[in-house]
Design a protein around this ligand. Structure first.
Ligand code: ADP
Ligand code: ZN
Length: 295
């Protein structure tokens, strides 16, 4: 019998909890708003208490957080602007209620793992998963293991060349102004153009600039990580016309230097949308549970 897992997708505005074994077998799901840590974690515990026979629980959560089991602060949220959540011991709250292995990582790392396990990046090594939404984050999977180091990668905060003549917007990151996230996340698009990204028509100049920034970042990740596949999710990639633009710009920027047919000939299968769609998050939590059981 396949082990049964609990998964929590912990987002800044809502929590999604599920019980299942994988994408074709989610047996129950619930969602509720993210409020105080005690109330929110309490609801999650209450939900899982109804299920017998869970083998592990996984949490794919907003960060920053401590994902290293060997660290004394493993399982905690690190300083965050989200009121009340700094230092909250998410794993501790689950361990107090359940005698089970608990996997814990960022939402983006969870999505990277689930896309490798069941989605658009199966059999690829390394895998890069990038999300472009309210923030920008990236997760890397190497030999089936999520890349952790000091903490977890912060791929949204890399600096990018910023041509102030073409784009006088100073950027929206409170730490760095014009890092990748500061220039290209949803709120940056909204501040630059004075309207929500989803209301900008496909022929608006915003999209060529957006694709330019995404391609610059991908060029850096391709040159440093040499991923075999890049999966891009998040609200901004709901603009279907963006993917061909991003691919063409990446090819042009790399200029033939990275000699792989994945880039020179088959880039449509190299830079792709998530195979699990908007379920990558909660399935990421289930995949983290599966990994915790195997650890
Ligand atoms: P979150 O990052 O909060 O989990 P999303 O990935 O949906 O959620 O990202 C929300 C951001 O994406 C917002 O800034 C929003 O303006 C932008 N966004 C949402 N839908 C679209 C769309 N269809 N086209 C472009 N931008 C979008
Ligand atoms: Zn930044």
């Amino acid at each position: 019998m396949k082990p049964l897992f609990g998964g929590i997708e912990g987002g800044g505005t809502k929590f999604v909890c599920a019980v299942g074994t994988g994408p074709d077998d989610i047996r129950a799901e619930t969602r509720f708003p993210t409020t105080t840590p005690a109330e929110t974690m309490g609801k999650a515990v209450e939900f899982f208490k109804e299920y017998e026979g869970l083998s592990a629980i996984g949490v794919a959560c907003f960060g920053p957080l401590d994902p290293s089991p060997a660290s004394p602060t493993f399982g905690r949220i690190m300083p965050t602007p989200k009121p009340g959540w700094t230092n909250v011991d998410v794993v501790g709250a689950l361990r107090a209620a359940f005698d089970l292995p608990v996997g814990f990582d960022t939402d983006v790392d969870g999505a990277a793992l689930s896309e490798w396990r069941w989605g658009a990046a199966q059999n690829c090594n390394p895998v890069l998963y990038l999300t472009i939404g309210t923030g920008i984050g990236g997760g890397a999977l190497i030999n089936g293991n999520l890349l952790h180091g000091l903490i977890h990668p912060e791929m949204g905060h890399i600096p990018l060349p910023h041509d102030l003549e073409r784009d006088p917007f100073i950027g929206a990151c409170p730490f760095h102004n014009d890092c990748f996230e500061g220039l290209a996340a949803g709120p940056a698009i909204e501040k630059r153009w004075g309207q929500k990204a989803e209301t900008l028509p496909p022929d608006h100049p915003a999209w060529d600039l957006e694709a330019h920034y995404i391609a610059l970042a991908l060029q850096s990740y391709i040159c440093t990580l040499s991923p075999q596949r890049i999966v891009i999710g998040g609200g901004v990639t709901q603009q279907a016309h963006m993917m061909p633009l991003i691919r063409a710009k990446v090819q042009k920027m790399l200029n033939g230097y990275v000699q792989s047919s994945a880039i020179t000939q088959n880039i449509a299968e190299y830079i792709v949308l998530p195979g699990l769609g908007n379920r990558a998050g909660v399935l990421g939590a289930i995949a983290l549970a599966e990994q915790a059981l195997q650890a």
